[in-house]
Design a protein around this ligand. Structure first.
Ligand SMILES: [Zn+2]
Length: 447
């Protein structure tokens, strides 16, 4: 059996464990399997199960003096598989069919983890068990639940660890079949707004003299924006890290267009960038946002109920760009609501993560771009940030190195959705690219 087959079997075993962090299900089982596989390859393991999802640090040391250190971040938890009826196969059984692998977590993020482990196993096997670079895997099991304890854990366990580069969990090829390399992501603060306007729901005839809770709440939400959809909270974007010229030009060269977005989602509302005459791509990648995720209030059953609801609540989020603090942002929003006369609106924070962007001209990022270009004989699509969110800033802050995110996925990978899948060819290519990247440390580059 080849090493590739051997670790493909590991992937199969991992997929068979429904390690769902949102339900705190089967997390130690998945973690233990990973620990065994890394130990088998000779990694130095720190296993910590004081949190509900065990953390794993797995180190492979280079025998070279002054070797650099590569950090690889992955997670073993997955999203729930529901709705099961939309899957064409059992989500917890790896299906290898027509050049594709199907299963929950095959891309996000178990397939990336096993591909990278395979790369190290093959590299060691082909190079006399020697690595030209130290490699540290940081593996957690609560990424899909906002990485609640990651910062706490890393601060306790990783002290003064100098490193050169962080390879992020995932990524893949875009619809044009170019490999994408992301250097950052947005941060987020999620929160709930709620209001109670009376001890109980009232007869709606009282609307002549009393505001309902949904009216009160929607006015408060509306006060966060001006007529054109600009965020009206004073100082909201005061700390925003503005994109530099290289970042602007990287984003400008992306093949996405406004028209394609309108068509893809059959959009029936005007775009922010049209109303405000701003650049569509720059808004998408570099602008912070406030969004309403959901509103609940009153009677929504069939027929009519003439009621004046006394309670209303909404879930909101603000997507943050680097340098914006989740807590400070929420404080600005709270102060704004109070100043607008909405001190009765209760604000409750649910989650917060800072954003981060790498300097895409850093020599270590240039190393990744060069390795990928050499391997594919094609320039990758390089992006300073993804519009999405993750705990990148936490890991970056601890290891103090630039981040490159790329992986085994492609444009129809269906992360978090039914029929999550990857293509075997992309999986094997990722193994090769990680091996080439490791090998590039044989010839040192100056920093
Ligand atoms: Zn993930």
């Amino acid at each position: 059996m080849t090493l590739r087959q051997y670790y493909l079997e590991l992937l199969e075993k991992l997929i068979a464990i429904p390690s769902i962090s949102a339900q705190a299900a089967n997390l130690p089982e998945a973690a233990q399997l990973i620990v065994n596989s890394f130990s088998e390859l000779g990694a130095d393991i720190t296993y910590d199960d004081q949190f509900f999802a065990p953390f794993i640090l797995a180190k492979f040391d280079s025998s070279l003096p002054n070797a650099k250190t590569l950090v690889i971040y992955n997670h073993y938890d997955v999203q729930p598989a529901e709705p099961l009826s939309l899957w064409h196969s059992d989500p917890w059984q790896l299906l290898n069919k027509d050049g594709k692998l199907y299963g929950r977590g095959v891309n996000d993020d178990k397939g990336n983890l096993t591909a990278r482990l395979t790369a190290i196993a093959e590299y060691l096997d082909e190079n006399n068990q020697q690595l030209p670079v130290n490699i540290i895997f940081v593996i957690e099991g609560a990424e899909e639940s906002a990485s609640q304890y990651l910062e706490n854990y890393l601060t306790q366990h990783v002290i003064d660890q100098e490193s050169s580069l962080i390879i992020w969990e995932s990524g893949g090829k875009n619809a044009q079949e170019s490999l994408e390399i992301f250097g950052g992501n947005k941060g987020i603060v999620t929160f709930e707004l709620s209001v109670t306007t009376a001890a109980n729901d009232l007869h709606s005839s009282l609307a002549a003299v009393v505001d309902s809770a949904p009216i009160r709440l929607s006015r408060a939400i509306a006060s966060l924006f001006d007529q054109k959809g600009n965020i009206a909270v004073p100082l909201f974007d005061e700390d925003v890290l503005l994109p530099n010229e290289r970042e602007k030009s990287l984003v400008a060269s992306l093949p996405i267009t406004q028209d394609a977005l309108i068509k893809q989602h059959d959009l029936k509302v005007s775009l922010y960038s049209d109303r405000n005459n701003t650049d569509f791509k720059e808004s998408l990648y570099f602008k912070p946002t406030i969004n309403v995720e959901g509103i609940i209030s009153g009677y929504n059953g069939s027929g009519v109920k003439t009621v004046l609801p006394a309670q209303a609540s909404a879930k909101l989020e603000a997507r943050l760009v680097p340098n914006m603090s989740p807590d400070k942002t929420l404080q600005l929003i709270t102060e704004h609501l109070t100043k607008q006369g909405f001190s009765d609106i209760v604000v409750k924070k649910t989650l917060g993560l800072s954003g981060y962007r790498s300097d895409m001209s850093d020599p270590e990022i240039v190393r990744v771009i060069g390795t990928v270009t050499d391997y594919y004989h094609k320039e990758p699509s390089v992006l300073p940030t993804s519009p999405g969110t993750g705990p990148m800033a936490i890991v970056q802050n601890i290891f103090q190195a630039p981040v490159a995110s790329f992986g085994v996925g492609y444009s129809q990978t269906n992360d978090h959705a039914p029929n999550e899948n990857i293509r075997l060819i992309d999986y094997y290519q990722h193994i090769d690219v990680i091996k080439a990247l490791i090998d590039s440390y044989k010839t040192k580059i100056e920093k």
